[in-house]
Design a protein around this ligand. Sequence first.
Ligand SMILES: NC(=O)c1ccc[n+]([C@@H]2O[C@H](COP(=O)([O-])OP(=O)(O)OC[C@H]3O[C@@H](n4cnc5c(N)ncnc54)[C@H](OP(=O)(O)O)[C@@H]3O)[C@@H](O)[C@H]2O)c1
Length: 335
Amino acid sequence: MKAIVQDRYGSHETLRLAEVDRPTPANGEVLVRVCAASVNAADWHIMRGDPRLARLAMPVAFGWSGPKKKIRGRDFAGVVEAVGPGVTRFRPGDEVFGDLGFSDGAFAEYVCAGEDLVAAKPAGLTFEQAAAIPLAGNTALTGVRDVAEAKPGQRFLVNGASGGVGTFAVQLAKSFGAEVTAVCSARNADLVRSIGADHVIDYAVDDFTANGRRYDVVLDLVANRSLADLRRALTPDGTLVLSGGGVSDGGSLVGPMGLTIAGGLISRFVRHRVRQLNVAPSAANLETLAGLAESGTVVPVIDRTYPLPEAPEAIRYLELDHARAKVVVTVEHAA
Ligand SMILES: NC(=O)c1ccc[n+]([C@@H]2O[C@H](COP(=O)([O-])OP(=O)(O)OC[C@H]3O[C@@H](n4cnc5c(N)ncnc54)[C@H](OP(=O)(O)O)[C@@H]3O)[C@@H](O)[C@H]2O)c1
């Protein structure tokens, strides 16, 4: 089968389309014929081995000179081709979507995934829309529902609202009844309003940490501000949620992990709740997101699609930090 593979850390130019063996489903795994996959910040972090501290801190994904797994990509949607021993929830022909976690391998014609990482594709969504959901949707759901504990009337700010995670976070916070302020550039103001933002701050003309307004929750998906700045935007007992990601200047030892480490250190000593967003793949959360997508409460927003051979360009586009919501890779299969 064809797949996008990588041997050593580097730019998107280290990725290449190659012929590799089709995987065989092990115990508890399904083999999925991939129809679409989506790109996440995690893909370029792992592609580059960046930040370098992650090579020590996250050995499941990061080797020393190259990623642990050769094939990139973690979000996918497709059709079950075969099932391994012990699989009870799926059978060949089922339309599914899932998040491989650090197993990676979605930028390929076929992928094996544990059945606990997979859910039925939301009815009425295309494979591209379904593939756009898993990691970004799960991150937003975990951040908004579980960490921030969004509720009606809460003043909820999303920094990085027009990105992959941000577009889900805006919709989810709205669905919990929060009053949502979206921070993005002017060119994305209409987009974030169209998915429910009550207020929009153009970061080029207004600094949300210095304009005197206070929020019950700040969900930071950009990591371009200091903890002191971010906390200045909070009400006295407000919650700061740090995504652990960040803009892709790259090349540093700790990168945005510095902000989350500092956040963890101060969290015991300050009145504000300062929380890290730790997200694990979850079939239960995929099912929740599928239900929200089926009811129209959450709509995956897709910026661009790229065919599988152009997945390196898709990652490059996301790396530039200005994707509008999700970037999707489509996979053609010979008839
Ligand atoms: N903890 C976890 O498990 C976890 C999981 C998933 C993701 N993450 C992290 O969450 C972060 C967001 O992920 P994502 O997929 O949403 O990234 P993304 O799609 O690449 O984000 C792109 C968006 O960032 C916005 N942006 C760029 N500079 C900005 C600035 N200075 N102020 C406000 N917005 C700005 C852009 O808006 P404009 O074009 O309008 O500037 C663009 O829409 C990433 O850093 C990622 O590493 C963490």
